[in-house]
Design a binder for this molecule. Structure first.
Ligand SMILES: [Zn+2]
Length: 412
């Protein structure tokens, strides 16, 4: 039975890990940065060295394929890929695995001369990690990029997307031209590390993703009254921070109780005004994130959290405002792709389980365009978005072989 070359795949993963490498392990390789652009040049060279065509679109997405040089309307291909950018102080597998395993699969298919009806295409999507705006490349590819917002897109440190792309030789205003022609993609499948502990704890080598979480972000602002922190009696204080803290704890319990075990919430940004030790906080601001694979649960919990915020505010005699910041819908994976992955697991002799992805991925954009799915392999200790993110080489080989047989089935 044909299989991928684990040695070649490992060598490529280790080589890509050198671009933006950190002294203690891991990588910092944000999209459009010099290490990312060097990695892009290296990847293009590897694609060509594998005997495949390589090209880059207007959004900076890298493609590779045997037999085709571009995507075209009504000439469907089967697409696989992921991303080569990383978060700051990230790991060497998040994204890189899916791109390099995809390359290995395409190279292996062409070496073995296996026949398949639809062309296989590799894609490496720009700025998946969202330094300038989340899932940038796959948003452009699927026609979800708002052209009027491009001039304002910037990183948290203020660097504008247009400047970062210009430095890398791209014109950001042309990124929407990366939109895929109608009917160009028959299916998409992406291999990724799970980035959580579920597969490892269950002792199951392959996860078949059934849906990708939707994410809602809102700014929750509690406004009380600034007062002298020494002379104001405790029972007269209208403390904006304590209202925010009270709300955060109660909202956490609400989400755990009503989220069906698959919904999570996070308060990652807390701001206290005026932020001085001898003044009772006039204002406490939170950025709350809610994630769920279930659209109804997500919408319901967002409403329940808002009414909880009002109850907490009235009990603590402060005002509250809930300002929605962003919302993405959960993306269901295609049954046809899930079935192909499960059949590939049977072919290779591996157990699998269906699970949802608790992290966002380019596949959620592709799911709006075509039948999309994802294959997960275990992350050691469930660790990800940190320098010691890793998996076992055997697990990587297993995942790549499942991808290999899934691609062949989808392209048959
Ligand atoms: Zn990723």
């Amino acid at each position: 039975m044909p299989a991928i070359s684990p040695r070649r795949l490992r060598a490529r993963i280790e080589t890509l890990a050198r671009f933006g490498a950190l002294p203690g392990g891991g990588v910092t390789r944000p999209c459009w940065s010099p290490p990312h652009e060097e990695a892009r040049a290296w990847l293009l060279g590897e694609i060509r060295a594998a005997g495949l065509e390589a090209w880059v679109d207007a959004a900076g997405n890298v493609f590779g394929a045997g037999g085709v040089r571009a995507l075209a309307a009504d000439r469907p291909v089967v697409l696989t890929g992921s991303h080569i950018d990383s978060v700051p102080e990230g790991g060497i597998l998040d994204g890189a695995l899916g791109v390099l395993a995809g390359l290995e699969c395409l190279e292996r298919v062409s070496e073995t001369g296996l026949t398949h009806r639809l062309p296989l295409v590799l894609g490496a999507w720009s700025d998946e990690e969202g330094r300038y705006g989340s899932l940038f490349g796959s948003r452009a590819f699927t026609g979800r990029l708002e052209i009027e917002r491009i001039p304002d897109m910037a990183a948290v440190d203020g660097e504008r997307l247009v400047d970062a792309m210009a430095r890398a030789g791209f014109d950001a205003r042309r990124a929407p031209e990366a939109r895929a022609p109608e009917g160009a993609v028959a299916a998409y499948v992406e291999l990724h590390i799970e980035q959580g502990p579920r597969l490892e704890e269950a002792g199951i080598p392959i996860g078949v993703v059934d849906s990708i979480v939707g994410v809602r972000r809102a700014r929750v602002v509690f406004t009380g009254q600034a007062d002298h922190a020494g002379t104001t009696p405790m029972d007269r204080r209208r403390d904006g921070f304590l209202a925010a803290a009270d709300y955060a704890l109660r909202a956490r319990d609400l989400v755990v109780r009503r989220g069906g075990g698959r919904t999570v919430t996070n308060f990652g940004v807390v701001t206290v005004h005026p932020g001085v030790s001898n003044i009772v906080p006039a204002r406490g601001e939170l950025v709350q994130e809610l994630r769920s694979p279930d659209a109804d649960v997500l919408a319901g919990l967002a409403m329940q959290c808002e009414s909880l915020a009002r109850r907490v505010a009235s009990r603590r005699r402060v005002g509250v405002e809930v300002r929605p910041m962003s919302a993405t819908a959960p993306a269901p994976c295609a049954e046809r792709v899930q079935a192909a992955i499960e059949a590939a697991c049977v072919t290779v002799g591996l157990a699998s389980t269906r699970l949802h992805s608790a992290a966002g991925h380019d596949a959620q954009n592709l799911a709006a365009l075509t039948d999309a799915g994802m294959i997960f392999i275990p992350s050691r200790g469930g660790r990800s978005h940190r320098v010691d993110e890793t998996s076992d080489w055997e697990a990587i080989e297993r995942g790549a072989n499942v991808l290999f047989h899934t691609l062949l089935a989808l392209a048959a």
